[in-house]
Design a protein around this ligand. Structure first.
Ligand SMILES: [Zn+2]
Length: 276
């Protein structure tokens, strides 16, 4: 029974992704029931939990070949407010986002949002434990920040983070030496500033984003403006032919192995990465 449910969930997710404009069903599913309709897909995907390995599979370079890809990423969660609103949008369109979570924000309540995001194929990565300027820390403290956050993520979703976004994008050599994950920056529109209007955020998203880009946004509990901007921008970006991918998939799509060894911080999959 559980196996059957898992299959159905995977098929519904495929349908959701197909109607969202990507045109390619996501997980390889055998024995697909013919009865799954697009409407069912939209209303059903959000309730699924971390059981769907197929949904969480990182799409390969072949699956994403020739696609215009973009990774929308959200920092400073998780919380039970805007984080959930962003996940709602991903669920409605059957698309994937990436959440860079702050370890100390993970509570039994907020962890539910993280599990929900992971359950519909979003990626959970690390944004440190205390959200401090880590250039002021020694190596042991840096490692402790990373370890605590990684364990909390693993306890809740069964996977460790794959990428690290430094708080304030502040980096130094001690951090690069102490952290065993590729560093991610991104292109943003200062969406943590309340003075940046929804309209400006929408314009940034719909007019400035390019293929292979990591978009840096924030899902702080009170950042309604970003939730609204993403809600308005997603259908426009889909119309423009963008495929919403996780950060892992963004690199896969471009055939890049992101480096955790070199002093590189990525804002685009292709800008400083090297084929290895
Ligand atoms: Zn932050």
């Amino acid at each position: 029974m559980a196996r059957y449910k898992k299959l159905i969930a995977a098929v519904l997710m495929s349908a959701a992704i197909m109607i969202s404009g990507c045109g390619k069903s996501e997980p390889p599913v055998t024995a697909a029931p013919e009865t799954a309709t697009a409407t069912e897909a939209v209303t059903t995907t959000a309730e699924t939990s971390a059981e769907e390995k197929a949904v969480n599979k990182v799409r390969t370079a072949e699956e994403l070949a020739g696609k215009k890809v973009i990774a929308l990423t959200f920092d400073d969660g998780p919380n039970t407010a805007v984080t959930n609103e962003i996940i709602d949008i991903a669920g409605e369109y059957g698309i994937k986002f990436t959440f860079f979570v702050v370890g100390q924000n993970i509570t039994p309540e907020t962890a539910e949002a993280m599990k929900r995001a992971h359950g519909i194929g979003c990626e959970i990565d690390s944004h440190s434990y205390t959200h401090s300027d880590m250039t002021t820390f020694d190596a042991d403290t840096i490692k402790e920040e990373m370890q605590k956050t990684a364990e909390l993520i693993y306890e809740n979703i069964g996977e460790y983070p794959r990428f690290f976004r430094p708080p304030y994008i502040a980096v130094n050599s001690t951090m690069y030496e102490s952290i065993d994950l590729p560093f991610i920056s991104g292109v943003g529109c200062s969406d943590w500033e309340d003075s940046v209007s929804v309209e400006k955020r929408v314009r940034f998203l719909t007019e400035k984003c390019t293929d292979g880009e990591i978009v840096l946004l924030h899902d702080q509990a009170d950042n309604e403006k970003t939730a609204e901007a993403v809600r308005q921008a997603v259908p426009v970006l889909l119309e423009q032919g963008f495929e919403f991918v996780t950060v892992s998939e963004l690199f896969a799509a471009k055939g890049i192995t992101p480096s955790a060894d070199k002093e590189i911080i990525y804002s685009y999959a292709t800008e400083t990465g090297r084929k290895e």
